[in-house]
Ligand binder design. Structure first.
Ligand code: ADE
Ligand code: ZN
Length: 335
């Protein structure tokens, strides 16, 4: 099973670039940029990763970003993730980034997006891994701030495939950003939003994503199973869920294998992703390997999960079909 998971060509659709910042890179950048870190070693930093819910994770996640200053830092961050992903046989990735977490520290939007974009171009050329970029808005900040950042992004529209919504969900419903997402849609961008596991009013939030915002995808969205009408809508619309098993485990003490099994049975387009792999200490293959054990998934289940990622990817149909056919080739030759 491990070899099957390691080698099957995969896509990742839910990974926050800032959540891929490994402690070693963090130390190197801190030294270069003269930023003091409150830990003596990368190992001590990892030991301080103590999260039990979304707010406790976000506090550590934002503190970690202070070492990202220059364009080359964003390049190095992105290149490190894409190299790791390529080594895990990820052939296509859609990458989230959080510009407001950087502009709020005085870093220019152009520095952030240019550093990321240059690494995406180089990684595709040198490693053959294709990626597209999704700009996320921080939902605890105002809709005005989100709109301002959408305007900042307009000169870089060709660098973006979509917009997302992340960070602290409590009392920050999707509807707060209705106008911003409407504008993003008019600009030709795809739409996704986080509905993190076990959040207050989660079923209302999932409903708003589907009915008011009319998203193309939902990030997490596991609680949708609690409402038969949401299950029917997800199945009929083929709107995908980007589920992150190891990330979920910090909140619900399970990889949600049972829920993922139910989603497969209900014909929901469920996919497996890593979310913030440097913080949760698990990249995509580790998510699949752990999940397979917890849920006793067989190769056919794993193939369906991997294929779903390409089916709901924001790619032209012909490209999806090429990836899907490479998966079928892999399965035939590996069995
Ligand atoms: N930002 C980074 N990871 C996140 C997550 N899992 N939920 C919400 N915001 C995030
Ligand atoms: Zn996420």
């Amino acid at each position: 099973m491990q070899a099957f998971i390691d080698n099957i060509p995969k896509a990742e659709l839910h990974v926050h670039l800032e959540g891929t910042l490994e402690p070693e890179l963090s130390f190197a950048l801190a030294k270069k940029n003269g930023i003091p870190l409150p830990y003596k070693t990368p190992e001590a930093l990892v030991e301080a990763y103590d999260f039990t819910d979304l707010p406790s994770f976000l506090e550590i996640y934002y503190a970690g970003m202070n070492v990202l200053v220059a364009e080359s830092d964003f390049y190095d961050l992105t290149m490190a993730y894409l190299t790791k992903a390529s080594n895990q046989n990820i052939v296509y990735a859609e990458l989230f980034f959080d510009p407001q977490a950087h502009t709020s520290r005085g870093i220019d939007f152009s520095i952030v997006i240019n550093g990321i974009h240059k690494a995406q171009v180089d990684a595709e050329q040198k490693l053959g891994i294709k990626s597209q970029l999704i700009m996320c808005f921080l939902r605890e900040l105002s809709a005005e701030s989100a709109m301002e950042h959408l305007s900042m992004a307009e000169p870089y529209l060709s660098y973006l495939v979509g917009v997302g919504l992340d960070s602290n969900e409590r009392d920050n419903p999707p509807i707060k950003f209705k106008q911003v997402f409407k504008k993003a849609r008019e600009l030709g961008l795809k739409l996704t939003m986080h509905c993190d596991v076990n959040q207050k009013n989660t079923l209302t939030h999932i409903g708003q994503c589907l009915d008011d915002i009319k998203v193309d995808r939902i990030d997490h969205g596991v609680n949708s199973l609690e409402d038969a009408s949401l299950v029917a809508k997800l199945r009929d619309s083929k709107i995908g869920l980007t589920v992150c098993p190891v990330s979920n485990r910090f909140v619900v003490q399970s990889l949600t294998a049972k829920e993922i099994r139910t989603m497969l049975d209900e014909q929901i387009m469920v996919t497996i992703n890593s979310d913030d792999p440097a913080y949760f200490r698990a990249y995509l293959n580790e998510n699949f390997i752990e999940l397979q054990k917890e849920g006793d998934f067989d190769k056919q289940d794993l193939q369906t999960l991997v294929e779903n990622s390409f089916r709901i990817a924001w790619l032209p149909e012909t490209e999806k079909q090429q990836y899907l056919s490479s998966i079928r080739d892999y399965v035939v030759t590996s069995s």
